[in-house]
Design a protein around this ligand. Structure first.
Ligand SMILES: [Zn+2]
Length: 353
């Protein structure tokens, strides 16, 4: 398979400085595990590793968030340790780290638009896909560990340059912040594959949520029942692509991946059973199907084994290599298949494809 030619990873000390003062799954340890896994699989040595740009422009946050929210994060960060909501902590370095994610995203976009065949990975934290315009999005109870939304920013910056964009969110949880920001945005298609929202945070991402106004019919939510394994996951990837093609999307200039690895079996926060096979398949199939010039990858969730086994499989697929992990694939019960197909039926009906 023909993959991309070059891997760039934005990675910086500042991404470790946002850290909890108590036990919390969203901790700097996640980055250490991610980097260790890239080193073990040989991907780190083929990557060009770049620091986050020093200029961290608040204007980037204002491109996707309201001023009131950006200022509330800035204030909370200045004041020290604060539980911004029941899930999400903010501390001294949160604002700087979150702006560094956005600055890296902008640099990734600039580089990707100059170069063909580039994979630009923003390996930063805090994550962002649950952060909407005013904070918690689409009625979600909390920000779900997220602060500023890098995926949404990458998508709108690319669209502003006149490029066609597909945002693909394969984190376990629905990317409700990204979806809210892009909901009436016709220029960006957004497909989100996640665990059934009736069973997990943030409780959104239903098949009938397809966008509004000019964005109507550009948002695709594919939901997976708890317990779904690689067989269902891979089918969901195929069906997502089929649906997007049915909506008239034949190829795109850029794909922006919201890359979370928490759907990996026993990663810790959810009940999906994906293995390296699913992550490899996501990368490979979306690349083949839409033939982008370059791709942007924004790091989202993933808390343990998903970082060790899902992340390298995904990036290896984008580079056109073999799956370096090679997990044994998981399978799903007939009951899970039937629930999954029922949801897919609703999606197709809503979108008319
Ligand atoms: Zn997640």
């Amino acid at each position: 398979m023909a993959g991309m030619d070059r891997l760039v990873v934005y990675y910086d000390e500042v991404f470790y400085k946002h850290k909890p003062w108590f036990f919390h799954p969203e901790s700097p340890e996640r980055l250490r595990r991610a980097v260790d896994s890239l080193k073990k699989s040989g991907l780190w040595s083929v990557a060009q590793v770049l620091p986050a740009p020093v200029a961290r422009d608040k204007g980037l946050a204002l491109r996707v968030h309201d001023a009131g929210y950006v200022e509330a994060i800035e204030r909370a960060s200045r004041s020290g340790r604060v539980m911004f909501d029941s899930d999400t902590y903010v501390m001294e370095y949160t604002y700087d780290a979150a702006l560094a994610v956005l600055a890296s995203v902008r640099d990734a976009v600039e580089t990707a638009t100059r170069e063909r065949g580039l994979i630009a990975v923003v390996l930063g934290r805090p994550p962002g896909h649950h952060a909407g315009r005013k904070g918690a999005a689409m009625g979600a109870p909390t920000l779900g560990f997220c602060v500023f939304n890098g995926s949404a920013l990458a998508s709108v910056l690319l669209a502003d340059k006149g490029h066609s964009v597909l945002a693909v969110d394969f984190d376990l949880h629905h990317g409700n912040g990204t979806q809210e920001i892009l909901y009436s945005e016709r220029r960006v298609y957004h497909v989100d594959i996640h665990q059934d929202p009736s069973t997990i945070y943030p409780g959104t991402g239903w098949p009938w949520q397809t966008g509004e106004g000019p964005g109507r019919g550009t948002k695709v939510n594919v939901i997976l029942p708890p317990g779904a394994g690689d067989d269902v996951y891979k089918d969901a990837v195929d069906k997502s692509i089929e649906v997007l093609k049915g909506l008239g999307l034949s190829s795109v200039d850029y794909i922006v991946f919201s890359a979370g690895f928490d759907a990996y079996t026993s990663d810790g926060l959810g009940f999906l059973r994906a293995t390296s096979a699913s992550y490899y398949y996501v990368g490979k199939r979306f690349l083949e199907a839409f033939n982008p010039r370059s791709v942007i990858v924004v790091f989202e969730g993933g808390y343990s084994v998903g970082l060790e086994r899902g992340l390298p499989a995904f990036l290896a697929a984008l580079l056109g290599g073999d799956d370096p992990v090679g997990d044994r694939e998981t399978t799903s019960s007939a009951y899970i298949w039937s629930q999954y197909r029922e949801n897919l039926g609703v999606l197709r009906k809503e979108l008319g494809v």
